[in-house]
Write a protein that binds this ligand. Structure first.
Ligand SMILES: NC(=O)c1ccc[n+]([C@@H]2O[C@H](COP(=O)([O-])OP(=O)(O)OC[C@H]3O[C@@H](n4cnc5c(N)ncnc54)[C@H](O)[C@@H]3O)[C@@H](O)[C@H]2O)c1
Length: 395
């Protein structure tokens, strides 16, 4: 009989749906052991929660996250709550001997992230962080190409995560509250591209050489009653009152890579015209790569080694199982494109492989790894606030 892993999910909105779908489908598309069991979901609104549990097939639901996270029947606790809750929930679960999979950013603050990494280092359970974009097949392929030397020495990295939903009409959901989120576009979006750059290049960001942080919309409408969920609080009722937004709307910074290359990062929720443009371009001595999540099934590759007469950007259609494109063997025939949800199923399958003693298809970040991303986030804000460079080694 296949081993089973009972999951407790903490949180039930945007990521609650993405992760429920992932646990529900991982064993249907991948050959995994242990098989995940959707055991318990915990969140605050009891009435909505019952409906959520019924819809996604969770066996039970509770408004007591602590009871769920420490229940003796649970093997893995999956955290999809706002950032200020990650540390308390993850540490409680680790102390109860569970495996923990936590959404990004690891935490709202570096202090919380450090406590989580310290708890993970002492714990029996394994830890995972949902930097799910590593499991976009095109990004996983970019990682494999760079690891195999296709780019050689890296000169430039240009990463941007551009969203446009954060204008004056977006209400004061938790993403605009510094005590809950930690930071705004920075922790939300720069966290993803810092992780993607570290993953694809195999290098660390060793220094922040300058940064700008800005809040364009200083007051937002306070949400009355249930704040809904999803990115801009869908279903949230905005009242008459306004209050201060206490996070950045945009953060841009420059960095130096451990291999000597130069990098730029830009995260904003006010890039009108873009919705989820999570992009990077990497230029190396032997070639270059470019990616944009708004065209997630494509990877751009430029090979300097090819015949100069036909040299140019190649658009690789990353959906060919026969070509060995990462994760495609589990999905559809060639050119039957994948979507956002597949990246979570891919990650759930890799988490199950690792819990079962196997290997992930491409490296999975744990708490110790995600703290490295959190240190860069912290250094960029420090650099913006003090208008001075910050060496990551000193953070
Ligand atoms: N990997 C990704 O692509 C991605 C995308 C979006 C969000 N995230 C991360 O996932 C986490 C959750 O974000 P989301 O978009 O699902 O948020 P959401 O607002 O849609 O849902 C948050 C959930 O947490 C619960 N919750 C909210 N405040 C709470 C509180 N004070 N106490 C207890 N429970 C509370 C809510 O009831 C809800 O179930 C965040 O850390 C976010 O950064 C990751």
């Amino acid at each position: 009989m296949t081993d089973q892993l009972n999951i407790a999910l903490l949180g039930s909105k945007f990521m609650g749906r993405a992760h429920s779908n992932a646990w529900l489908n991982a064993a249907k598309f991948f050959d995994v052991s242990p098989a995940p069991v959707l055991h318990t979901v915990a969140a605050r609104n009891a009435a909505q929660l019952e409906e959520f549990a019924r819809n996604w097939g969770w066996q039970s639901s509770t408004t007591d996250w602590h009871a769920a996270a420490t229940d003796e029947d649970i093997g893995l606790v999956d955290i999809v709550t706002p950032n200020h809750l990650h540390a308390e929930q993850a540490i409680a679960a680790l102390e109860a001997g569970k495996h923990v999979a936590c959404e990004k950013p690891l935490a709202g603050t570096l202090a919380d992230a450090n406590e989580m990494a310290a708890a993970a280092a002492k714990a029996e359970g394994q830890t995972f962080v949902w930097f799910n974009y590593r499991r976009v097949p095109a990004i996983a392929l970019a990682h494999q190409l760079v690891s195999s030397g296709a780019l050689g020495r890296i000169y430039h990295v240009r990463a941007a995560y551009l969203q446009g939903w954060g204008g004056p009409d977006a209400p004061l959901v938790w993403r605009f509250q510094g005590d809950i989120a930690g930071s705004g576009a920075h922790g939300d979006l720069n966290a993803h591209i810092i992780d993607a750059v570290r993953f694809v290049t195999g290098e660390e960001i060793v220094r922040v050489d300058g940064a700008i942080e800005h809040t364009f919309i200083e007051e937002r409408t306070v949400v009355e009653g249930d704040a809904g969920g999803e990115i801009a609080g869908s279903g949230a009722e905005a009242g008459e009152r306004t209050a201060k937004s206490t996070v950045d709307d945009a953060v841009l910074f420059l960095g130096r890579m451990s291999g000597g290359g130069l990098a730029s990062f830009e995260a904003t929720r006010l890039a009108t015209g873009y919705h989820n443009a999570n992009r990077f371009e990497i230029h190396g001595e032997n070639g270059a790569l470019r990616f944009d999540f708004e065209r997630m099934n494509e990877l751009g590759f430029y090979d300097f080694g090819s015949d100069a007469a036909v040299q140019g950007w190649t658009t690789i259609d990353v959906t060919k199982a026969g070509a060995g494109h990462p994760y495609l063997e589990a999905w559809w025939p060639d050119s039957h494109g994948l979507g956002y949800e597949n990246t979570f199923v891919n990650q759930a399958a890799d988490i199950l492989s690792v819990v079962g003693g196997g290997q992930p298809r491409v490296p999975l970040p744990d708490f110790a790894d995600a703290v490295k991303t959190q240190r860069v986030l912290h250094a960029a804000l420090e650099s913006a606030r003090n208008q001075a460079p910050v060496d990551i080694a000193g953070v």
